[in-house]
Design a protein around this ligand. Sequence first.
Ligand code: PLP
Ligand code: COI
Length: 339
Amino acid sequence: MTPEIDWSSLPFGYYPTDYNVRCAYRDGKWGEIEVTQSDTINIHMAATCLHYGQEIFEGLKAFRGKDGKIRIFRLEENAKRIRESAIGIKMEPIPEDLFREMCIKAVQLNERFIPPYGSGASLYIRPLEIGMTPRVGVKPADEFLFVIMVTPVGPYFKGGFKNTNICIMREYDRVAPRGTGRFKIGGNYAASLAAGEKAHALGYSAVLFLDPKEKKYLDECGPANFYAIKNGKYITPASDSILPSITNMTLQQLARDMGIEVECRHITVDELEDVSEAAACGTAAVTSPIGEIDDLDTGKKYVISKDGKPGPITTKFYELLSAIRLGEVEDVHGWNTVL
Ligand code: PLP
Ligand code: COI
């Protein structure tokens, strides 16, 4: 039975679905995949995930295509990245085949929640791994739980594909220079909440964090990577404190395919004077065009979009990315897992 959801006005939020899938690591091995309808987890009160932040996650999306088929976008890249995150904070890396099998299972079991073709919405897949061993001493767990839940979502930033304003503030860092920024761990998001809430209260959709060491270069844009178009080139920050975004990687390839040069390098704040487009990119953010960037410390306002509309390259990226994921154009790079 199709749920009564107004697909085209879905927010980016949690909507309960039928099943989630789980797998536990115990005694040095991964167990059987468990399918459950329970949306709670029974955790020991001393588990490392609760005390010492042993939590990692991923975010990817499934789409209902023009041909009615289900497509999961770049599953293999997420499978690789969650292993890096696990290694980064001393958790057990999930075998890529297990990740793949559980993702597909979670999507298929909740097929009725995949938004219909043309709705603009998608099924967000959220894999997470937590440390389960009770510990009081600061030490990694040796038992872990891997869970995949799914939920139908709409656009991350209100209003969908339209300009959004962001701000620079130096009061907070998301991560430390040699810290955990390149991993997708819950603690990084906890560290970003105060800055994010301050930005929201001031009417901005996200914070454009600066590099935590020198505060000279652009880093990440809230829960997304940042890119800009400068002199016709795609420029995006390169740094160890940034999460290697799969969407960014995808857009870089689309840019090259379009004959646009790509530069991954340090970008200074004052370079924002000379960019013709800027955007936040990520699984949730897709590619969200930025209208204006306000530096709260200097009072400087960088007006990126002079006419209030998303720029032509970002618009092209958005359209092309949707078309690939919905099976409207050929997937020449083999990015979709078609179920
Ligand atoms: N940076 C941060 C901090 C994120 O949370 C995300 C979201 O996953 C991204 C970047 C974008 O990464 P991806 O494109 O792989 O979703
Ligand atoms: C994603 O884009 O998948 C993210 O993880 C961002 C988010 C934390 C909402």
